[in-house]
Design a protein around this ligand. Structure first.
Ligand SMILES: Nc1nc2c(ncn2[C@@H]2O[C@H](COP(=O)(O)OP(=O)(O)OP(=O)(O)O)[C@@H](O)[C@H]2O)c(=O)[nH]1
Ligand SMILES: [Mg+2]
Length: 445
């Protein structure tokens, strides 16, 4: 852990009524004694002169926070001076002279993390709170910062740990040749319970992610179902190529669609089916990637064929979770446009005649509204969702291993799942991950 004291201006550049300089380090009272006209007392605002060799740089209010009761966990001093860049820079130069170096972006919060003042989720939430662009994002960042998100992660980790302990105890039954059925049954129950928790948390986190990023909806389905036609209709322009040939769209193309006063990303994708064509294969791989990146999917079905087993297989294979079924071409099947209240919701339309297309627009608007509300959600980042999904995958593999009574495999998958989910909190973080997170902060935080 680096121990040299650090300092930075914590207010934005330019002239302002007040400017704030923060200092963090060890034994700050001793270190800074020579520059303050008076001794500082812990947690008391004191009017002091800042002196460079008896010459007064500014009269300031200074507050000393004694370790460990400070933001970073180290001694900290906040100097509230006049908001003039010349004054603030001269105070920084003076601090440099006495051995306090300039802080890097996010270095105060990085120290708070290493001193166990915040976990990684809270550190990220602090950065998100500072850059939150509207009141919903602020509320969601506060939810993460309050530790509620971390608590849910910890509860899941505890449950996985308890299941691991149970598995270990089954492994340690060397005297029994058969695996006790009762224990395996319990383990499978626990796994299903944890998977439900993870699923709920992924949903909440995905909602939170859209507060930071634009919501992304992918239009997916078999070739020729009318995906590109639907996109063109929604965009009110001839954006994607439409032909009667199967496999017209060969790439994922992202468009911006205006919804009320906001914009969402909508992705046209290559139709998914079995093919040996190299270009189409690459297009389908990109469709799969778009599904993973998207918050929701509009799954298009040609109503002439109805929802086939092939469609059901695709939905399962590509792990499509939050989706609507759009049955297109009702001008041919002679059905009335309609929307169901089933889960997943179904909507019957004809892009060609425009029948029912208002229902598709309504579905997108309602989805967007719910994705954009901030009640009880966390300002999650893609990193959190990837870790949760990774943990979920290993838990599903644990379940398979339990079915096969392969206990060593089960224990290993549980361990991997635990590692993936606990890494959200920053347990055993890599150097690259920390650099990536903290360099996105502003200086002084
Ligand atoms: N009758 C009828 N034809 C439609 C409708 N929507 C699309 N089509 C036709 O269906 C064919 C395929 O439409 P596309 O929009 O290219 O379908 P796609 O799903 O993008 O196809 P790929 O890009 O190949 O995956 C075109 O000939 C469209 O004119 C509809 O509502 N009714
Ligand atoms: Mg297309």
């Amino acid at each position: 852990m680096k121990t040299q004291a650090i300092c930075a201006i914590a207010t934005p550049p330019g002239s302002s009524a007040l400017g704030i300089i923060r200092i963090s380090g060890k034994n700050l009272k001793n270190l800074t004694k020579q520059i303050f006209s008076k001794d500082l007392q812990s947690r008391k605002a004191t009017l002091v002169g800042i002196l460079d060799n008896k010459s007064l740089l500014d009269n300031c209010i200074s507050i000393f926070y004694e370790s460990p009761k400070s933001y970073t966990g180290e001694d900290m001093i906040e100097i509230i001076c006049h908001g003039n860049q010349v004054i603030m820079n001269s105070i920084l130069s003076l601090l440099n002279k006495i051995g306090v170096r300039l802080a890097k972006p996010g270095e105060f919060t990085e120290r708070a993390f290493f001193n166990d003042k915040v976990d990684l989720i809270q550190a990220e939430a602090i950065s998100d709170l500072i850059s939150a662009s509207d009141s919903r994002a602020v509320k969601a960042a506060h939810n993460s910062l309050s530790g509620k998100f971390a608590d849910e992660i910890k509860t899941i980790c505890d449950k996985i740990l308890a299941t691991r302990a149970e598995v270990e105890s089954v492994i340690n039954f060397p005297e029994d040749d058969d695996v006790p059925e009762l224990s395996l049954g319990n383990i499978k129950k626990s796994l299903s319970n944890i998977l439900t928790d993870i699923d709920g948390l992924i949903k909440k986190s995905k909602k939170g992610r859209t507060l930071n990023n634009r919501p992304t909806y992918a239009v997916v389905g078999k070739p020729n179902s009318g995906k590109s036609s639907l996109i063109n209709f929604l965009l009110r322009e001839d954006a994607s190529i439409v032909t009667s040939k199967t496999g017209t769209t060969r790439d994922s193309i992202c468009y911006q669609l205006s919804i009320d006063d906001s914009i969402i990303n909508i992705i046209d994708t290559a139709g998914i089916h079995e093919t040996n064509d190299e270009v189409e294969k690459e297009g389908i791989a990109r469709s799969a990637l778009s599904i993973t990146k998207s918050d929701r999917v509009l799954y298009l079905v040609d109503d002439n064929q109805g929802l086939t087993q092939e469609d059901k297989n695709l939905i399962e294979k590509y792990d499509i979770k939050d989706y609507f079924l759009v049955f297109n071409k009702i001008d041919i099947t002679k059905k009335e446009p309609q929307i169901t209240t089933t889960k997943p919701q179904e909507v019957y339309v004809s892009v060609k005649t425009g029948q029912g297309m208002n229902l598709v627009e309504d579905i997108i608007k309602t989805a967007f509204k719910s994705d954009n509300s901030s009640e009880n959600i966390y300002l999650a980042r893609s990193r959190h969702i990837e870790c949760l999904q990774n943990g979920q995958k290993h838990l599903l593999d644990s379940d398979k291993a339990a079915n096969e009574k392969s206990l060593d495999f089960l224990a290993e998958e549980l361990r991997l799942s635990h590692m993936a989910i606990s890494s959200i909190l920053g347990q055993n973080p890599t150097e690259e991950l920390l650099t990536e997170i903290f360099t996105s902060f502003c200086i002084g935080k």
